[in-house]
Design a protein around this ligand. Sequence first.
Ligand SMILES: Cc1cc2nc3c(=O)[nH]c(=O)nc-3n(C[C@H](O)[C@H](O)[C@H](O)COP(=O)(O)O)c2cc1C
Length: 322
Amino acid sequence: MRQSTGLEGFRFQHQALPDLNLSEVNPQVDFLGWHLRVPILISSMTGGTDEALRINANLARAAQVVGVAMAVGSQRVAIQDPSCWDSFRVVREAAPDIVLFGNLGAVQLNYGLGAADVRELVQGLGADGVFLHLNPLQEAIQEEGDTNFRGLLNKIGEVTRSVTFPVLVKEVGAGINPALAVKLARQGVAAIDVSGAGGTSWAQIEGLRASASGRKRLGTVFRDWGIPTVDALLACRRRLPEYPLIASGGIRNGLEVAKALGLGADLVGMAGPLLKAARESVDAVVELLESLSWELRIAMFASGAGDVGALRRDGRLQPILR
Ligand SMILES: Cc1cc2nc3c(=O)[nH]c(=O)nc-3n(C[C@H](O)[C@H](O)[C@H](O)COP(=O)(O)O)c2cc1C
């Protein structure tokens, strides 16, 4: 059986008489001072190639229409090859008003990059902040992965202190544990995306990509490695009651978005399914985002929550006890 997010273990208490008008249910949130019409983040995925340009343009146009936040995929390729910049710049051109984040592997701070490079990536993209991603398992399985993760916590802190925009930290689908979340918060990281297990498995993807049989085997052995999204979210929220947290990793519909918000997320990220839609068209991405938003509002209505804050209150979301 595949590792799940844990969201199936919770259900909202149905409210047969919500004192609400569905048309007035309000999914808007403020996140790090920005206003979002829908509390969803298009998680970091791609950049660099012609196909990535098309995907990023489709994601960005849809984000602009629906009013969600977006992060681009790792911008390291743009440092290595400036001709890759077009596939990143297209995002701000297509979406002048969205909340936009850049992205870089934190491990690159051990391979020659520093705060000045991060600043350049954010400025070049026209972004509002940046995600530094942590992906030790992926790098370990990847052929020629960058696997020196020593001393990175302090280097992340140095970056947060030397730039004027928010630096956020995320995993890539294996989760962030609460002790690490506390350490990152102390280093000045503005928000954390727990990006837990239960969705896209990078171990599996790297295993499938690998040519050597030993690496293929690693992909299978570690396919389900990681802290499930719900466990990571609940544990981090317990340790950091007021801290900005994003939940992602296996969120697949608007009811799951509602559950993640109810369990303490301030924003909910999604990657895999949006990539599939973006390969198709802008309209496919808009349709998926509109569906998520509509499903979220129905979950709010039928549980009697008029706004996102109310999703968390009064024990609306309950564990399913078997
Ligand atoms: C095709 C693809 C590419 C990704 N590339 C990046 C990346 O460059 N940087 C990053 O931080 N995360 C990357 N991720 C991880 C996602 O941002 C997200 O954390 C993870 O996929 C879990 O979400 P999901 O289950 O909704 O896909 C990528 C995910 C996918 C599917």
